[in-house]
Design a protein around this ligand. Sequence first.
Ligand code: AMP
Length: 309
Amino acid sequence: MSLVITGTMAFDAVETPFGKVDRIIGGSATYAAWAASALYHNIKQVSIVGYDFPEAEFDLLAKRGVSFEGVEIKQDEKSFFWSGRYHEDMNTRDTLITDLNVLASFNPQLPESYLDCEYLMLGNLVPVVQQSVIKQLRKRPKLIIMDTMNFWMETAMDALKETMQMVDLIVLNDAEARQLTGEYSLVRAAQLIRNMGPKYVVIKKGEHGALLFYEDQIFAAPALPLEEVFDPTGAGDSFAGGFIGHIARANDISYETMKTAVIMGSAMASFCVEKFGPERMKEITPADIQTRLKQFKALSAFNEALELI
Ligand code: AMP
């Protein structure tokens, strides 16, 4: 059994009210792999990097059960580069630079050992590349989830909508859900998104938690109120990685397991924001995760016995 994760492995420059970093490791697949590999250990990465991406980053993830046979290294080009600046509220940000570099010509050929995966996470990436990964698989995985970003809505909306028709679940943030549908109410936006293909929709609301929509049901997860959010970059990818990592570990795609997966995703996102880049994700232990899950449980546990009449 395996989990395939696609997305970017990149360099980021990030500015937050707490500081500025010029060139740190980032990328949607990097964050997702760190989060998922805390829970599940047969992960197969699909990505592309240039000559400048450090070998040591692969080695660290390889120790956690992530394999890189499906990662192409282009010796004559640079890795994907993204730069962003967060606003004072840390929930919103402006993208300053998106340099596609190697990503501009990415056309992955999945290795034979990837073709029978049970779980597939399409991290934030060119929508036609996301589609190409699905099409190459020998059989349909038990669950396909996708992430995306405003950048692809602005540059590749038609292809993005086609990818959406091919997946079971989409994860996106509140601003992206509103941009995709033109609808302010997230409940209505989720309904419209479900009409576009995915049976399940997860809408992340930064420090206000996340919502899972399925048929006429809604599950709400809080976000852990943190004293200090250092760098929110990668929180969405860590959420998605934690979500699919939990599902793959449980090997169960029931709605009940998905609810726990939303909490697991929220826990991983809460670790991610505690330091710049994926640094915090590298440190966390199973005991840290267990403690954080208990904090999440305590956050909204209450006594139900309320008799008003
Ligand atoms: P998140 O904060 O979860 O939205 O993810 C931020 C990460 O996504 C950064 O590490 C970036 O390198 C990566 N990223 C930014 N823009 C894109 C894009 N258009 N496509 C794929 N990955 C991106």
